[in-house]
Write a protein that binds this ligand. Structure first.
Ligand SMILES: Cc1cc2nc3c(=O)[nH]c(=O)nc-3n(C[C@H](O)[C@H](O)[C@H](O)COP(=O)(O)OP(=O)(O)OC[C@H]3O[C@@H](n4cnc5c(N)ncnc54)[C@H](O)[C@@H]3O)c2cc1C
Length: 340
């Protein structure tokens, strides 16, 4: 009989992020598919009561909590100690956590401490022949594998966007506190340095991924590059639609070559074989050729459209649902005007 622990770090206000609610929904589903299994919730943070209340009706037999100022910050020593204590208190055989930065960093160490195993970047959970199984991608998202393990406890970190978020009614939950022997604390988070909100162009929850390719900075039919106008058109579109911004490798590499660049673009925006493989319902690629490595980055995009001057570009070879053979400057000028 499996004891499934849904484990999550709470947000600063004590609530659960969407990715955590997605993992909870997946944990509930897995528990339902494994007869005789038990679902336990474990919450870690400064204050876990709001999160516990939000999942009061989720069907967990117990809600365990580690709370206090020491657990508000992302810090390996305290996060690992708390997760280890919760997993032991739950007597968990399966631990499911959202693949956020805190879990990604601390839970591999927890698996080691518990003598268990861990799988990261999991994209689906299921029961196969009465046993839990996880699905993940390998070799830069080119191959998908489903695996089971006999080792316990087995920790799986679920990627965001792979399950619908839990949306049950809130209630008044009783949290069973778990005592944690505090480790020596040598690290304090002094603060955050983040780009201003209007420069934050990577939005994992956006409905649309807008990808800009190197064509935006190349010479245009008048023989001149127009990088400044490209910047303004792209930023205007992102501002109006709140789309997420992706880039090709060629475009983000240009800065190192001293060419005209889009200043808000960094390597974090890059999608593809050597970049990210984001998940958005729709994607629009502009001024990019659509090479195979880039197509890998589009694997999880639902509906794909592209704008390219070249009717024979790779997007025309079955990689886009719709290819607009057009000048992206003209199209985006018109689109922005229509968006108002
Ligand atoms: C091992 C390896 C890994 C790689 N990994 C990645 C990766 O992870 N991600 C990635 O992106 N690339 C990757 N690449 C590079 C990839 O092969 C391509 O070289 C790159 O994606 C091309 O970028 P691009 O389409 O922006 O530029 P280009 O190939 O220069 O294409 C520019 C396009 O813009 C179009 N264009 C120009 N002006 C306009 C206009 N006004 N309107 C409309 N269209 C216009 C042109 O017709 C052209 O098709 C990798 C390569 C290798 C070898």
């Amino acid at each position: 009989m499996e004891t499934i622990l849904f484990l999550a770090f709470t947000e600063a206000d004590g609530t659960l992020a969407k990715a955590a609610l997605e993992t909870l929904a997946a944990a509930k589903q897995l528990s339902a598919a494994l007869p005789g299994s038990t679902l336990v919730a474990g919450l870690i943070g400064a204050d876990v009561q709001p999160a516990a209340n939000a999942i009061a009706a989720a069907g967990a037999t117990r809600i365990l909590g580690v709370s206090g100022a020491e657990f508000s910050q992302s810090r390996y020593a305290t996060d690992a100690a708390a997760a280890e204590a919760v997993a032991k208190s739950a007597a968990a055989t399966i631990v499911l956590a959202p693949a956020g930065s805190r879990a990604n960093r601390s839970l591999p160490g927890v698996a080691q401490r518990l003598g268990g195993r861990i799988d990261t970047h999991v994209t689906a959970l299921a029961a196969a022949d009465g046993k839990p199984a996880v699905t993940r991608w390998y070799y830069r998202q080119r191959m998908e594998g489903t695996l089971t393990r006999t080792a316990r406890p087995w920790i799986a970190l679920l990627e965001s966007g792979c399950a619908p978020a839990y949306a049950g009614a809130a209630g008044q939950a009783t949290v069973q506190g778990v005592l944690v022997a505090l480790p020596t604390i040598r690290t304090e988070v002094a603060g955050f340095r983040a780009p201003p909100a209007d420069q934050q162009t990577i939005r994992p929850d956006a409905k649309l991924l807008f990808v800009a390719g190197a064509g935006w900075t190349k010479k245009q039919p008048d023989g001149q590059p127009h990088a400044a106008e490209a910047e303004q058109l792209i930023l205007d579109f992102l501002h109006k639609t709140q789309a997420s911004l992706g880039s090709t490798k060629s475009l983000v590499d240009l800065s190192g070559e001293g060419q005209d660049v889009l200043k808000f673009m960094t390597h974090l925006n890059q999608v593809g074989q050597t970049g990210a493989t984001p998940r958005h319902p729709k994607g629009l690629a502009t001024c990019c050729h659509g090479e195979e490595p880039h197509t890998v980055g589009w694997r999880f995009i639902g509906e794909r459209r592209a704008i390219n001057l070249n009717a024979a570009c790779s997007w025309a070879q079955g990689k886009a649902d719709v290819l607009y053979v057009a000048d992206a400057f003209e199209v985006m000028r018109k689109v922005n005007a229509l968006l108002g």
